[in-house]
Ligand binder design. Structure first.
Ligand code: AMP
Length: 394
């Protein structure tokens, strides 16, 4: 079922409250070091203003406060200042998000644009406390959720509030549902999934959900070694989840039965110590060595599969990409994906999004999900509470 968006509802002369993801990184001087979450939120704010909403009230969390009140280093004040510059419009920044004073200040202010203080200064937010959700709802007539990154959490500002107001999505969530949903449920085939990252245990549900949907699944990164071990291949000291060997065997068996090709690592970049950058390319992993990246033959085998793909979904780096010595595999795959024509390439948030950004290839991908945990749960086929709670399109 499709969800209603802010375009499907009349917001003229209405008070609109928008849940955004302003969880931006701040340095020691409380300067914003990456403002992409703010800039990507501008379209929905500008739209609400342009459609004549009487108040546009913005709310977000920032970091992980203790939930016992104000903490200066997690205040949204730097976001308020930057938003004013970007929107060229004055913002009423309030020092709390609920309570009679907040209501009064919003009502008496001539400013249309309001930013509430960090929602998580109240424990009630993450507890999805109904009284707190009702308080937030009492500030507005319509609720808009455009914070995909927290849509997998049932919090007061993402789920609870929808019990009291008409609830629609903003443009970012609409786009996430369009791209992720289409890629998984209705892809132009072949659909190739690339999975990496540290642990098999984090990706079991994902692989299980994708086996019936994908044509090929590439498994690289730290999680690949448990699969190789399961096949009887020596992996030296490489990352292994012993208790997941049977799971790996069962997943490979399920894939075989479903006719899905599983592509594993064929050669390695090996080292004798995880902390050392002293490494070499090898077809095997001798005892005493561990592999921290995929080798050139593996990259070639990926390219052969990817050259036939029409849709690609990538989740998880293929090596320890944070370190130059082990970034080559992840970079090569990112570059190959960037070079593909007429192929939908979806990057599923978190570390893979960070990797694509590190290599300066963000503009070359069809869609980069803004939510790490949320996009993983979406790809696992789970219902995201913050999305399920939105009104269905009629
Ligand atoms: P995840 O949080 O599951 O997405 O895992 C991401 C982490 O996996 C990154 O920090 C990578 O450095 C790490 N990683 C990728 N490949 C390997 C590997 N071969 N050995 C150890 N860690 C790896």
């Amino acid at each position: 079922m499709q969800k209603m968006t802010i375009r499907d509802i009349n917001i003229k002369d209405k008070r609109v409250i928008i849940r955004l993801d302003f969880n931006v990184p701040l340095d020691a001087n409380l300067h914003i070091t990456d403002e992409r979450r703010i800039t990507s939120s501008l379209p929905v704010i500008q739209y609400a203003l342009s459609q004549g909403a009487s108040k546009v009230i913005l709310m977000s969390h920032l970091g992980r406060p203790k939930g016992t009140g104000f903490e200066k280093e997690l205040s949204l004040l730097p976001v308020a200042k930057r938003l004013e510059e970007l929107l060229k419009e004055k913002i009423l920044f309030l020092n709390d998000c609920v309570g009679p004073q907040v209501k009064e200040e919003i009502a008496k202010s001539s400013q249309r644009l309001v930013l509430l203080e960090n929602l998580r200064f109240h424990k009630a937010e993450e507890k999805n406390d109904p009284a707190f959700a009702k308080e937030l709802a009492s500030l507005a007539d319509i609720y808009v959720n455009d914070a995909f990154g927290t849509a997998h959490r049932a919090h007061a500002s993402t789920a609870g509030i929808t019990a009291y107001l008409p609830a629609v999505s903003g443009f970012l969530i609409e786009k996430e549902l369009q791209y992720l949903g289409h890629a998984i449920n209705n892809p132009v085939r072949p659909l190739v999934i690339i999975l990496g990252g540290a642990k098999v245990s984090d990706k079991i549900e994902l692989i299980q959900n994708l086996i019936p949907k994908a044509n090929s699944i590439i498994i690289g990164g730290g999680m690949a070694y448990t699969f190789l071990k399961a096949k009887g291949i020596n992996i030296g000291n490489s990352k292994l989840e012993k208790d997941k060997i049977d799971t790996a065997l069962s997943l490979m068996d399920q894939a075989k039965k479903a006719g899905v090709d599983i592509v594993l690592t064929k050669d390695f970049v090996i080292t004798q110590s995880f902390t050392s950058d002293d490494c070499k390319i090898s077809d095997t992993i001798p005892d005493g060595w561990e592999s921290l990246d995929i080798g050139p033959k593996t990259i070639q085998s990926y390219d052969a599969v990817l050259s036939k793909a029409k849709t690609v979904v990538w989740n998880g780096p293929l090596g320890v990409f944070e370190r130059d010595a082990y970034a080559n595999g992840t970079r090569a795959v990112a570059q190959y994906l960037a070079s593909l024509k007429d192929v939908t390439v979806i990057i599923g948030g978190g570390d893979s999004a960070a990797a694509v950004a590190k290599f300066g290839l963000e503009d070359k991908m069809t869609h980069i999900s803004t939510g790490g945990g949320a996009s993983l749960e979406f790809l696992e086929g789970k219902e995201l509470p913050g999305i399920a709670a939105l009104n269905d399109k009629k």
